[in-house]
Design a protein around this ligand. Structure first.
Ligand code: DQA
Length: 146
């Protein structure tokens, strides 16, 4: 196993900072990556942070994390969280622990966000803390909670 934590981000998260800032905040994905890199270094970990708007790419990256021997995966699958049986199956197909991450708290939003296929297989969920959700998830990995 390596010290690398994959941080995988799904659709529309490339627009963080511009996109509905009243819900998602004004921090950009690049800024989150920088903050996570610093925190990972302090924790003796490394991150590999990526974003895609394509569901199958997330599936490929989950498989890649397994082949690479990643320590863990932080996954903000964005809207695919609520729709993707393919992601559920991919998480079940690998042995690397996956932490579901969300900036907002989907459980307090529209009904269609209450169902999480990712959450059905994730080892833990961190949601509702804005960009801090990512840092808190990384700290769970470092603490050996997953
Ligand atoms: C999100 C929550 C999802 O419901 C939504 O589709 C997103 C972002 C979050 O980080 O709060 O795109 O995953």
């Amino acid at each position: 196993m390596t010290d690398t934590v994959y941080v995988l981000n799904g659709p529309n998260l490339n627009l963080l900072g511009l996109r509905e800032p009243e819900i998602y905040g004004s921090t950009t994905l690049d800024e989150i990556a920088g903050m996570l890199e610093d925190r990972a270094r302090e924790l003796g970990l490394a991150i590999d942070m990526r974003q895609t708007n394509h569901e199958g790419m997330l599936v490929d990256w989950l498989h890649e994390a397994q082949a690479h021997g990643a320590r863990a995966i932080l996954l903000n699958a964005a809207a695919y969280t609520h729709t993707s049986i393919a992601l559920l199956d991919a998480i079940k197909a690998i042995t690397i622990p996956v932490i579901e991450v969300h900036l907002s708290d989907p459980k307090t939003r529209e009904d269609f966000r209450h169902l999480s296929y990712v959450g059905m297989a994730a080892a833990a969920t961190v949601e509702g803390h804005g960009s801090d959700s990512y840092r808190m998830a990384l700290e769970k990995v470092a603490a050996g909670e997953v």
